[in-house]
Design a protein around this ligand. Sequence first.
Ligand SMILES: Nc1ncnc2c1ncn2[C@@H]1O[C@H](COP(=O)(O)OP(=O)(O)OP(=O)(O)O)[C@@H](O)[C@H]1O
Ligand SMILES: [Mg+2]
Length: 335
Amino acid sequence: MFDDTLKVFKELTKKDFRILTGIELEMKNWEWVPVPDLQRYAELPTEKLTYHLERLRRKKMVVRTLDPYEGYKIYFEAYDALALNAYVQRKTFSAVGSEIGVGKESVVVEVLKKPDIEIADPEVFILKLHREGRTSFKQVKRTREHLVGKEHFSWIYAARLSAHREFTIMKKLYPDISIPKPIDQNRHTIVMEVAKGSELSKTKVLDPEWYLDEIIRQIRLVYSKGIIHNDLSEYNIFVSDEGVQLIDWPQYITKDHPQAEELLRRDIENVLNHFSKKYMVKRDADEILKDILNNTVFDSDIAGDPEIRDLVTRDDVAQAENAFSDSGEFEDYKD
Ligand SMILES: Nc1ncnc2c1ncn2[C@@H]1O[C@H](COP(=O)(O)OP(=O)(O)OP(=O)(O)O)[C@@H](O)[C@H]1O
Ligand SMILES: [Mg+2]
């Protein structure tokens, strides 16, 4: 599916992107965006605009209704294309490589950045395209604290907010916590460095005790900043000769979350279960949990950082929305 988007992406013109941006922005106000509302974005006479819309529709970038009026909306295909365009414009990367994962809630691909000097190798990064809300918005809402009470909000914004949350927390945690370096963010996507080594679930480490210690040390370090990963398992941990890296952060919680202790315990248990099953290395979850809860010296309190606190406690959806609409993305498409 993402491959199809890539093919179409290459055929899209500046005007196309302006129209898609118009639909994107107007979808805050309309389920189906009326054609006259797109005029000010496209700056085209009606018949030209209609022609472009028809072209976009044939490329499956927009969806149309004719009842009770002619209106348009976009789905993830166009959203992906808009994000790709923003990154290419600002030279975050210049080419998209292979797809390396399709998760329940994301598509993950490699991207390449041309080197500044001709003879150097291109840099490889990871582009994670969030897909929250694709299947069932209600289901996402139930498991994601930041979506509670936002039923009216479209799934596109759920994905966008999730990416925003993930990027924001990664910026705060890096480099103190061992995670891939966050590079850039746009719409429902983030760009980061490639994690070192491979997924814990896909490898057999030679020194499991050492890796388990390292993972627990990272969990404790994260907690010392007032944060709990809240989706930790062998699938979200990378291991290499150098150590471990934790990925996949959008569902993090802060230590004052009502279920903080329970969720921290679940993270610890997930990891312990893996080491117990695969390596017969046994540790006591209660002991580790108690030790982390009682003996952690709080470092810089990220949970109290206004940017993080506001994302968690305030009207986070509206805030994320503003963060994006202030970002001047629309300016990119002005001739
Ligand atoms: N920075 C990275 N470097 C290398 N691989 C990565 C990176 N980020 C993600 N991946 C790969 O993509 C997969 C999905 O990424 P991630 O876990 O962040 O998303 P997800 O949507 O939560 O996936 P799932 O729902 O399957 O857990 C990871 O399991 C990993 O294999
Ligand atoms: Mg994951």
